[in-house]
Design a protein around this ligand. Structure first.
Ligand SMILES: [Zn+2]
Length: 153
């Protein structure tokens, strides 16, 4: 776990972030580094479906996180999916038109080594986050999550 923790700190440092960034800072740093918009999208999750997933389109990335759960769980899912993106994990689903979607990955395949890696790094990422309510311009960068502050949890 110690080397993974170092890896997460190095990831954050590589993005030009302090050791404990807010989600909005992490979001903004991701977009700046990869020159891609990242959309955080809340979705209804039926029992048995993956709680989160990410998709990479030609011009932007999307992370889906579950609607009916605590904010802590939502953030954990977002961090897990963000870990996949930051670690550059490879495509899973070949059935989707590769011209439209570059990479799609659900969160239910824990047997996969990339799932284990994303779970470890994502959880550590979550633990590093500054979870204080966000204020100022940065808060607008993750409005879908910030606006729900206080309504869920
Ligand atoms: Zn995953």
């Amino acid at each position: 776990m110690r080397s993974e923790r170092r890896r997460v700190r190095a990831l954050l440092k590589g993005l030009g972030l302090p050791p404990h960034p807010t989600l909005a800072e992490l979001h903004a740093a991701y977009e700046a580094r990869f020159q891609r918009a990242l959309r955080l999208i809340e979705q209804e999750v039926a029992p048995g479906e993956p709680t989160g997933r990410y998709e990479q389109y030609l011009t932007h990335d999307r992370i889906y996180y579950p609607k009916h759960t605590s904010r802590a769980h939502q953030l954990l899912v977002v961090c897990h999916e963000l870990a996949h993106l930051l670690l550059g994990h490879l495509p899973r689903y070949d059935a989707i038109d590769p011209a439209v979607v570059r990479r799609v990955l659900g969160r239910s395949h824990y047997d996969d080594p990339t799932e284990h890696e994303a779970e470890t790094i994502g959880t550590l990422l979550y633990q590093q986050l500054n979870l204080a309510p966000e204020v100022g311009p940065a808060a607008q960068l993750a409005p879908s999550l910030v606006h729900r502050e206080g309504r869920h949890v």
